[in-house]
Ligand binder design. Structure first.
Ligand SMILES: [Zn+2]
Length: 119
């Protein structure tokens, strides 16, 4: 991978990371307001819906954060963009769509097949 590409993925990942951290902080400060302080019944119903959406969002964010950290680590040690299983390049197009990808498409499909069999 060229230095220019490495730098652009690094920027992309750092942006995603700070956006995630902002959302996680916002979740703690804005979403976790005690229900009693949320106003009347109508507002409360909406808030509960928003809350469950926010919780799902939060769960996704906390699962993604370590993946971003790992991708940044791989960028600095030079293994970024190589499949963790077959060590072939993952491909720029795939990485642009999913910068935290650690498997090439072939290995990813194989992993999904295996998960289906053992699910
Ligand atoms: Zn592979």
């Amino acid at each position: 991978m060229r230095t220019r590409e490495i730098n652009s993925f690094k920027t992309l990942l750092l942006e995603q990371r700070s956006e995630l951290l902002n959302r996680m902080v916002a979740f703690r400060t804005e979403t976790l307001v005690p229900v009693g302080e949320r106003g009347d019944e109508g507002d409360r119903a909406t808030s509960e819906l928003d809350l469950s959406r926010a919780v799902r969002d939060q769960e996704r964010a906390s699962a993604l954060l370590p993946k971003i950290d790992r991708a940044l680590q791989r960028l600095s040690d030079g293994s970024y963009g190589l499949c963790e299983v077959c060590e072939e390049p993952i491909g720029i197009a795939r990485l642009k769509a999913r910068p935290v990808a650690t498997l090439c498409i072939a290995c990813k499909e194989e992993q999904e097949q295996t998960e289906k069999i053992f699910a």
